[in-house]
Design a protein around this ligand. Structure first.
Ligand SMILES: *Cc1c(COP(=O)(O)O)cnc(C)c1O
Length: 240
């Protein structure tokens, strides 16, 4: 188990409360923003503690680690109807396990990966929900499509039979001031509003992490992805 101070229950309740207040402050409906608990590097047991507190949607970054956790829950807690989101970079040789286990993939920035996921999605499961990751602040090293390449990629993904394009995701660079944090988030809102004109079924704008959750909600996020504020600092040397 994780040895956290304050404990997981205190941290989880704090995040839930803060999200609720951010929704109110932004004039959003209560519960309108989905809370994704990001559990990378933490054990399935730690995620189970979080599920007992009420978490229902989990985000994972690494294919092997994420698939093991989905399998662990299937084996030990099939009664929990959890929703699994893959949010990390995904290589072509790792798509099958993800297509077979996850409900969402949020980190799509290439047609090839989306096509493999569509081909590998088992027939007995509903289509895999997809978000396109957008590189909103134009950092060269980062993943995500540039805004001007978004529409072309979206058009290709819409043709795939076993995935469903639900919207956009972004990971803005960390920033020190409120204003600097708001800038890419507001740019994403504008891009999403434009995107919805050509993709009216799109209903998800995934942005906001531990350091910018409030601002993301203010800017119109429909799904925040929270790791450290819930589980504590990550220790990559002890990756689960
Ligand atoms: C790790 C991660 C998060 C969570 O970040 P925290 O700062 O721990 O809240 C959210 N989204 C993505 C894509 C991540 O990789």
């Amino acid at each position: 188990m994780t040895d956290l101070t304050p404990g997981l229950d205190v941290r989880w309740n704090h995040v839930v409360q803060e999200l609720h207040e951010a929704e109110q402050k932004a004039g959003r409906s209560a519960g309108g923003v989905t809370l994704l608990a990001v559990g990378k590097t933490f054990s399935a047991e730690a995620l189970f503690e979080c599920a007992k507190l009420g978490a229902r949607a989990f985000g994972e970054n690494y294919a092997q680690e994420g698939c093991s956790k989905v399998d662990w829950f299937r084996e030990h807690h099939p009664e929990l109807a959890l929703e699994w989101h893959f949010i990390g970079p995904l290589q072509a040789n790792k798509t099958r396990g993800v297509a077979e286990r996850f409900d969402w993939v949020q980190s799509i920035d290439r047609e090839r990966i989306a096509r493999r996921l569509s081909e590998q999605r088992p027939a007995n499961l509903p289509p895999l929900n997809i978000l396109i990751e957008v590189n909103i602040d134009g950092e060269e090293s980062k993943s995500g499509v540039k805004p001007d390449a978004l529409e072309a990629l979206a058009a290709e993904i819409e043709k795939l039979p076993r995935v469903r394009l639900r919207g956009l995701m972004a990971i803005p660079a960390p920033a020190d001031t409120h204003e600097a944090r708001m800038k890419p988030l507001l740019a994403m809102r504008e891009l999403f509003n434009e995107f919805k004109k050509s993709h009216p079924h799109a209903d998800t704008l995934s942005m906001g992490m531990s350091a910018d959750m409030d601002e993301a909600v203010e800017a119109g996020s429909t799904m925040v992805r929270i790791g450290r504020a819930i589980f504590g600092e990550r220790n990559y040397a002890q990756k689960a």
